[in-house]
Every structure is written in C-alpha cells, then in structure tokens.
Design a protein around this ligand. Structure first.
Ligand code: BDP
Length: 738
C-alpha cells in the first residue's frame, strides 16, 4: 500500500465479532433524491473526468452515497445494497442520509428542531428503533452537513467504535475552515524527492494548471484521481475552502484562460463542500495582460472608484464561472509584494478598497498581516501590531470603532515571527476587538522538518488554541472567554464570521504529502479547525487507526511516537524559545552563525544575539518591549525572566549562561540537555518503528524507516552545529551523555 488513499483506506474490519455486528447495523444505504442540487457547470461528462478513473460526483448527496458505498464495501468486505426509493419500508440496518428537504425518511425520523440546533455545517447521527428494525440516520441541515455526518459515521467504523444507540449532534466552532495552498513554494510533497523540498515546490503542485497545457480543452483541466482523493480527504475533516495559488501571487490566475480551468476544478471540488479562492497581487490592475482593462498608477487609489471598479469587474468575471467563489487572499507590502503603501495608503485603505469592490458580490478579503517593514521598529516581531492595531482602534464617522470592513478578515500567523516550531502567540489575538480575525497555521512543514522529519503538529496547535491571552474588556476586566481559541471562534468578542486558515501540504507525491506522517497534520488541522478544544492525542489515535491499523500495539506505539515528536523537534532545533536558526533560504538545516543575508532580520544571528553573557533576544521592558503588546497579565509574565515560561525564555530575554533553571541546572546545561534529549527521542522513534515491522505493510514500513534514519542524522546535525556554535560564546563544557 502506497498511502495514496490517505486516511480513507476502508480496509476490512479484522475482528470477526465486530465485523458481524457492523454488517447487521449497516445493511443498506438510503440516500433519497441524491441527484438534486446538481452543481456542475463546466464539465459536460459527469460520469468520468479526464485523467481520472474515478467518477466525478454531480452533487453533495451523491458524494455522500458514493462514500458509503466505497467505505462500507471496504470495511464490511462486501458490496452494500443501495436503496433508491424505499417508500415507508426502510430495511432493518438501513443507513439513511440526507436533509429534511431531500429525504422523506429523514423528515420522518428527525424533528426539525433537532437540526436547527446544529447549524449550517453540522449533523445529527442517530440510531432510531422502529418495532424490530433499527436504522441509522445521518442528517444535516444542509447537504454538506449530511456529507460531514457520513464521514463521521464511517470514521466510527474505521476506528472500531460502536454504532449502537447513537445520538450525536455535532457542529463546527468556526465557520470558515480554509486552506491556503502555496502551489509554487514550500510544498515538500512532490514526487521529486531530490533534497528536502527547498524553496521551490513547482514539481510537487497537486493542481497543476500549467500541466494541462496544449491540447487539453481549455475549460477542462485534467482532473486526476488524486484531486478527488484530496477533495474527499478535505471533506472528511470539514475543510470548506481552498486558496489554490501561492500568496506571492501570479496574475495568471486572474486571466480568462486560468479562470476557465479554475472553474472546472471548482466543479470537481464543489460536491465535497470545498470552495475556491485565489491569492492576488495587489497591483494586478497595472498588468498589461488585462489590457485594455488596465489602470495607471494614478488610478490605484484604493479609496477611489477606478481601483474598486477594476476589482469588481475581475471578481464578477470569476463569479460568472465559479458562482460560489470565496474571494481573495492578499499578501500586501510584505516581502516585496506590492501593496497600498506603494501608492500612499495604509493597510486599512487597501483592504477596504478591495472589500468594498467585492462586497456587492458577497465575497471576502483575507488580508494577511505578515508584514515586517524595518522602518516601523527595530524588533521585527512588533511591526504587525504597530501597523494594524491602530486601524482597529480608529473611531469611525458613524460612531463605531475600527476601520476594517465586515467582509475583511485579517489573517494572522499564530506567532509574531514566522511559523517557528514554538512561538508565543501573536499579540494581536484578542487585541483586534473590532475586526474579523483569522488565524493562519502552517500545515506544510517548512520549519518543522519538511518531508524528512516526523513531526506531528496537533500538540502545537492545541497549545496555541488553548493559550490564555488574558484579554480584558474596556474596563480592564478579564474576559470570561479569552483563550486564543475563543478569540478565533468568535465567542471572546462576539464575532459571527470566523476563520481558521492552514497553509496546506498536498502535492503530487504518491501519498500526497511526501512523508506518510505529514498526512496526519492535514487530518489534525481539519479536526482542530472544526473543534479546537479536541485533545491532540485523541486526534492522533483516530488518524492512526484509520491510516495504520487498529491493533492495540500499532495504536499505542505510533501515537506515542507522534505525541512527543514536536517537542523533540523543538528541543534539537530551537529549544527554550530561540527563534529562526535556519540556514538561509531552505529553512531546513541549522545556520546559527549566519549573518550574510541582506536584511538583518533574516539572519539567525539577529535572533540569537549570542555573546559572552548569554543567548536570546531581549524583548522585555529593558529591551525591545514587545511584551507591552500583550495584555497586562501576559506582559508581566513574559517580561520578567523569573516568571517567563522556560520554553519561551529566549523569545523575551537575553538569558545569562549561568541563569538557574527549574531543573536545578544552569541555563547552559539545560540548553545542551534539550539538544541531546531531542535527538535521543528521534532514536527512540526509530526503535519503536522497527518494532512494528511485522504489523505494517512493507512499502510504507520501509519508506518511514528510511525517513527516520535521515531524520536522526539531520537532528544530530542540528544538535552538533548549534551546541558547537553556542559553546564558542559560553566557553563551558558539554556535560551530557551522547
Ligand atoms: C515564509 C515563507 C515564504 C512565504 C512567507 C509568507 O518562507 O515562502 O511567502 O512565509 O507567509 O515562511 O508570506
């Protein structure tokens, strides 16, 4: 097995007792009126997509039915009966899927009030007993809710849970569960296995428009089987949308030729509830490719009609082909991308100009806050809040506060630097009371081992979501709900439109993610975007059962490998809160001594500040005072070396080599201990994996084994390079068993 079905493997239930029971509980699939709400527009042949051996679905309920046929057929190891028009006589063991509108059976079995409570994407999963017959009803308020319920039902069987006496009602905590797909950067998931993935992931892109090239009918991109696997995988964890191109955007994606292809892709993904968005380049109106519809520099004022009308025209053009188009992701005035500041305006004007343009079409602007203009402050980490915070606080002519429009999301990375393996949370969470805020997490493992290292990120995201911001209201009173998760899900400050965004890791590798274990990160992202309160260990266990097997030993060994893998990586890469020690550009190996890059704040030495006194960047009140951007409780805690959590110490302090740590060691010894213990953990993972040889299929076993060997070598390189370099400053001995 090559991993190409991801976690939707549907292998037969091995335990004969369980299998017998499941077979009685799922005898037939009933999806009435599955063909209603057909959503195709561009693909004429609905049965088979070019390049694909899979049937393309025309509607969400067909996708649900197909998934049950495939899933139950595999899990129960025999074809399942499909009943199209059951009338009132549902067979015992029927699995009924639909909404009250689509299905008379659902209407009979699930009262309207029960569905109202679950919200737009939610579902009810319920056992219903009638006389001597028992059915399972999977009901949504919408078709897509029913599809999500279908995946949840199949997951129960995949993870060997009971199907008896079900009475579940589930709904997501966050409205928009969105992926950003950087098609040409940082993928690490391509068939081209040369090196570690590098900066340029072109070879690995999953949706490759260029590849359709000459000969392919323009409005019909090749829809490959793996697109559909990706769509099903995304739907199975409740992803609602995907921005399909890199944030360093290429204007081609806005041309008519590309829009036609995007529309066909949107058709393929639509039945799975996944809507398309595009990254755009702010200065696109100047591009001669759109001639005669181009603007001059003078017409680029975002507050004026010329600029706004241009974007309305482009967006309308897209919407004509993709009626459920989400909107635009914008990276502006960041790392060389154009933005409103190039034309004398600020981020508020720029975001609002675009938002005003697309508001009549019902579209959204995801405006990224990943900016670090050196003119703003010497500490890179302070810059985003300095640029955005005051716009959120601005009194408006109508008496309200905050300038950003309602259809703008400010999309903010979880931490103030850039997706490092551990960062404090971004100080903007909780601070932007009057603005819709989306959190951006990185699923693709740019800084967390790429496609070589096994690093399960759910514990990191859990730590982020569950971090207390200690946010206060205007009177300075602590809010009741003030974890980052509450800020993101809108309950902290009463926001109804909410979003979690993940920079996704799908590519053209056979297993779609390069490293088999990187699949787990996409899986976990979806589950946590749906419900950030989930326990990351439970998520790991589900994924392992679905992906590797249900035997006790397999589950226990792999879950425990995964659960410590992130902390181990932090330990051998960037322990105790030191940030960005990567060698230039590639973001994989160590480069603590590097100082050659043109911008000071791209260099490891800027972040480590190593000297004979100690290590780390002083961001306390005696230093850059980043701590002042946090709410008072956190500001005080982070600002004092006596109270800062040790795992964030060097984010906020230049720590003296002899500083006493809670372990009883001095800082130097503690630092060295982290590097060594991180590498030891990887050795432990190798041995644990080897112990599973007889329980894992040969190909995947060998592939993971080979990756773990590289992983251990590269982890040791991190340890030796960093410890060796720090030692030049500390002048102290290394007292650590190897
Ligand atoms: C950095 C990546 C770069 C992205 C940038 C961003 O190295 O490729 O363009 O983030 O998020 O981490 O805009």
């Amino acid at each position: 097995y090559d991993g190409s079905a991801m976690w939707l493997r549907y292998v037969p239930v091995a335990d004969p007792h369980l299998l017998r029971r499941y077979r009685c509980q799922a005898t037939a699939v009933v999806v009435e009126n599955a063909g209603r709400n057909k959503s195709y527009r561009h693909t004429r042949d609905l049965s088979m997509a070019p390049g694909s051996t899979e049937r393309l679905m025309a509607s969400t309920l067909e996708a649900a039915r197909e998934e049950l046929v495939r899933g139950l057929g595999g899990l129960l190891d025999r074809p399942v009966r499909v009943v199209h028009r059951p009338g009132r006589a549902l067979p015992d063991g029927a699995v009924v899927v639909g909404t009250r509108e689509s299905s008379p059976a659902v209407r009979r079995l699930v009262p309207a009030g029960d569905l109202e409570r679950v919200g737009r994407d939610g579902y009810v999963l319920r056992s219903v007993v009638q006389g001597r017959r028992t059915f399972t009803v999977i009901a949504g308020r919408t078709d897509v809710g029913a599809l999500y319920g279908t995946f949840a039902f199949l997951r129960r069987i995949q993870t060997h849970r009971s199907l008896a006496d079900l009475d579940l009602a589930e709904s997501p905590k966050v409205v928009n569960r969105h992926l950003n797909y950087w098609d040409t950067e940082r993928l690490y998931a391509g068939n081209d296995e040369s090196g570690t993935g590098g900066l340029n992931g072109e070879n690995g892109a999953i949706f490759n428009f260029a590849a359709t090239g000459a000969g392919a009918p323009l409005n019909l991109p090749v829809v490959l089987d793996r697109y559909l696997v990706a769509a099903r995988a995304m739907a199975s964890v409740g992803i609602t949308g995907i921005t399909i191109n890199n944030v360093n955007a290429d204007n081609s994606y806005l041309t008519d030729e590309y829009i036609a292809q995007e529309a066909a892709l949107a058709d393929a993904l639509r039945p799975y509830g996944i809507r398309l968005a595009l990254s755009i380049r702010y200065a696109a109106p100047l591009d001669s490719r759109f001639a005669p519809d181009t603007l001059t520099e003078e017409q680029m004022a975002p507050t004026d009609a010329d600029f706004q009308d241009w974007w309305t025209r482009r967006a309308r053009r897209i919407q004509e082909s993709i009626p459920d188009f989400v909107g635009f992701t914008v990276k502006a005035n960041s790392e060389g991308q154009p933005g409103p500041q190039d034309f004398g305006y600020d981020h508020g004007d720029g975001a609002n100009g675009m938002a005003t343009a697309v508001a009549p079409l019902g579209l959204k602007i995801y405006w990224r806050t990943f900016v670090y203009n050196p003119d703003v402050d010497s500490d890179r980490l302070k810059r985003a809040y300095l640029e955005f915070g005051h716009i959120d606080d601005e009194p408006q002519p109508d008496g309200s506060t905050g300038r950003f429009r309602d259809n703008v999301f400010l999309q903010t990375k979880n931490g103030p630097l850039d997706f490092q393996a551990r960062e404090p949370v971004h100080p903007m969470f909780g601070r932007m009371e009057n603005t819709n805020q989306a959190i951006e997490l990185q699923i693709t493992q740019e800084y967390t081992g790429q496609n070589r290292m096994l690093c399960f990120l759910a514990p990191m995201w859990e730590e982020i979501f569950k971090t207390d911001t200690y946010a206060t209201d205007e009177q300075g009173q602590l809010l009741d709900k003030r974890l980052v998760g509450h800020v993101v899900d809108g309950t902290a400050q009463d926001h109804s439109d909410t979003a979690v965004v993940g920079v996704a890791n799908l590519g053209n590798a056979d297993n779609l993610t390069g490293h088999h274990f990187s699949q787990a990160n996409l899986y976990a992202f979806g589950r946590q975007a749906w419900d950030w309160t989930l326990d990351s260990g439970d998520i790991a266990a589900d994924w392992v059962r679905m992906t590797w097997g249900n035997s006790r030993e397999v589950v226990d060994v792999i879950v425990s490998m995964m659960m410590g893998s992130w902390e181990a990586l932090v330990s051998y890469q960037t322990p105790l809160g030191i940030g960005h020690q990567f060698t230039a550009g590639v973001h994989y190996g160590p480069g603590p001594s590097e100082s050659h890059l043109p911008r000071e704040d791209w260099n490891p030495v800027y972040y480590n500040q190593a000297d004979s006194v100690g290590l780390g960047y002083d961001r306390s009140p005696t230093g850059s005072d980043l701590t002042a951007q946090y709410f008072p409780v956190l500001a005080a805690r982070y600002g004092d070396i006596g109270t800062v959590p040790e795992n964030l110490m060097m984010w906020f302090h230049h720590v003296p080599w002899d500083h006493p740590m809670s372990s009883g060691r001095i800082f130097w010894d503690e630092l060295v201990h982290h590097y060594y213990s991180g590498v030891r953990y990887v050795g432990g993972m190798r041995r644990a994996w080897d112990s599973l040889e007889s329980r894992i299929d040969a190909r995947r076993f060998a592939e993971v084994k080979a990756k773990l060997a590289l992983h251990e070598t590269d982890a040791a390189d991190w340890r030796d390079t960093c410890v060796g370099y720090w030692q030049r400053f500390s002048g102290r001995d290394i007292r650590e068993p190897g």
